[in-house]
Design a protein around this ligand. Structure first.
Ligand SMILES: C[S@@+](CC[C@H](N)C(=O)[O-])C[C@H]1O[C@@H](n2cnc3c(N)ncnc32)[C@H](O)[C@@H]1O
Length: 464
């Protein structure tokens, strides 16, 4: 992940780092360069299960292996059983790994596309389920122009995203999949179908959203390319979609069969952990491993716009807004109206002083300082709940990245560590995995010495 970089440039006073340096020196901060390739999904993107859907927000399975190994060593986790909690379970990396270790697990995820991906990865499939999958593949092979289709999504840009014949075959495939009653087979088939959408569309994911393939970036800005010259545009719709789908599902079934399931299927709750962790019994969790959204103003739903609409996960724009509003408040498009009721004294003073300086700076959105506050209010709730639900002495491993706005560094790892300490947790260490790349604007605004705090880390906390 990269740090936010869209703020307007102005000549600002350099950030006074003395308070942040002092806070940094209060913790056991260690360099762990071997974690650099594990805190993001790219290096492991072609590994079994990880390769099902491009999901750049994920981390590598080894992040979870390490947390479980450390918990077992410190005897907080019985070797043969226990429960892992991931309040931001995303593509399900923590849950897949927990199950390989024979642990029960519980995840929360608000994006229904991603929640379905994690369910598909963690079902205990039976031979009956695979027979249902085989039958669906046979039905899909028989589809023609006349076959029934799922309802056309209301997404306004749909006609620009898919060629009409591609859209028609995709919706016919979805009609077959949605009609399957066996939920395990349906989850697997639906994820395979969702995974091919980007490749047969005229868009691709980039940064915080999607871009059209017929807009080419040049030295002088974007230029329009005729659709016919876009690679892949003239491929035959029916054969291309069905072949890609069948290759995808074959690969997924191969992964499932190479790692036979054992243990109970994880519980994946499709709702906000910020609002719902209170439903978990106190002292019931043995280890928690997670990576929350970063405080970098990324709207995770945007990159999955096509999948959300095409898959019927959202029906209309107000439904999409409702869903987006359940996310942890990490960007300015979210509802920040509740802020007035929240207690600023629960937040680190160093954070409050950064927010107050931010308010005096020229920013691309006036809501930005509030969104930073909202982020830490939500994270405060999460850490408080994680501490409550963990058994005494149990560990939480949390992957976070710091960010910067208008030349001001927001060291999320230090602020979460500080809040956790206030809440009675022990901060075992902050493991610095790697430096975050900065935009040229940020590099100009932030002195090199201060840039050291622009980093991605694994926080290791022990519950009280
Ligand atoms: C950094 S990703 C986690 C990736 C995951 N560790 C993996 O390896 O796949 C953060 C996830 O949190 C989800 N999320 C955001 N707000 C949430 C909330 N309030 N409750 C639960 N999940 C949330 C996002 O949709 C995103 O999938």
């Amino acid at each position: 992940m990269t740090i936010a970089s869209e703020e307007e440039i102005g000549s600002h006073e350099t950030q006074d780092m003395s308070e942040l340096r002092a806070l940094n020196s209060e913790f056991n901060v260690v360099n762990e360069p071997k974690l650099a390739t594990l805190v993001n999904s790219l290096p492991s993107a072609s590994a079994p299960f990880q390769r099902w859907l491009k999901y750049r927000e994920g981390y590598a399975p080894e992040i979870v292996d390490r947390a479980i190994a450390e918990s077992e060593k410190s005897a907080s986790l019985p070797l043969d059983k226990g429960t892992l909690l991931d309040p931001f379970s995303g593509g399900g990396t923590s849950l897949v790994v927990a199950r390989r270790h024979g642990l029960d697990s519980l995840g929360y995820e608000v994006n229904p596309v991603i929640a379905q991906l994690s369910r598909a990865k963690t079902h205990n499939y039976s031979s009956t389920d695979f027979l249902v999958v085989d039958q669906a593949i046979a039905d899909i092979r028989q589809l023609t122009d006349q076959s029934p289709q799922a309802k056309t999504p209301e997404l306004k840009i749909l006609q620009k995203v898919f060629r009409p014949d591609v859209l028609a075959i995709l919706l016919s495939m979805r009609y077959v999949i949605d009609g399957i009653e066996n939920y395990r087979a349906r989850d697997l088939l639906k994820v395979a179908w969702v995974s091919i959408l980007e490749g047969v569309s005229n868009t691709f994911k980039e940064g915080n959203g999607i871009k059209y393939r017929n807009r080419k970036r040049t030295k002088n800005g974007y230029v329009q390319v005729p659709w016919e010259q876009v690679p892949g545009y003239l491929l035959p719709a029916r054969e291309t979609c069905i072949d890609r789908f069948i290759n995808q599902i074959d690969m997924m079934i191969n992964d499932v069969q190479s790692f036979p399931a054992n243990g109970i299927e994880p519980a994946i709750r499709e709702r906000s952990s910020v609002a719902s962790l209170s439903e978990i019994e106190s002292n019931s969790i043995d280890v928690s491993v997670f990576s929350p959204p970063y405080c970098n103003n990324f709207n995770y739903f945007k990159a999955f716009k096509i999948e959300l609409w095409m898959g019927g996960y959202v029906e209309n724009y107000s439904h999409l807004k409702q869903l987006t509003d359940t996310a942890l408040r990490s960007h300015v498009e979210l509802d920040l109206s509740e802020l007035n009721d929240q207690q600023e004294e629960t937040l680190p003073t160093e954070l409050l002083s950064i927010v107050s300086t931010l308010r005096s700076r020229k920013l691309w959105s006036r809501k930005l300082p509030d969104s930073v506050l909202a982020y830490f209010f939500d994270m405060h709730r999460i850490i408080n709940e994680v501490n409550r639900v963990l058994k005494p002495g149990a560990l939480a491993h949390i992957v976070v990245g710091n960010s910067a706005y208008a030349g001001l560094i927001v060291p999320t790892d230090l602020f979460i560590a500080s809040m956790a300490r206030e809440l009675g947790m022990t901060v075992e260490r902050i493991e610095v995995a790697r430096a975050l790349t900065t935009s040229p604007q940020q590099r100009r605004l932030i002195p090199r010495e201060n840039q050291k705090l622009l980093r991605e880390s694994v926080l290791v906390l022990r519950s009280s």
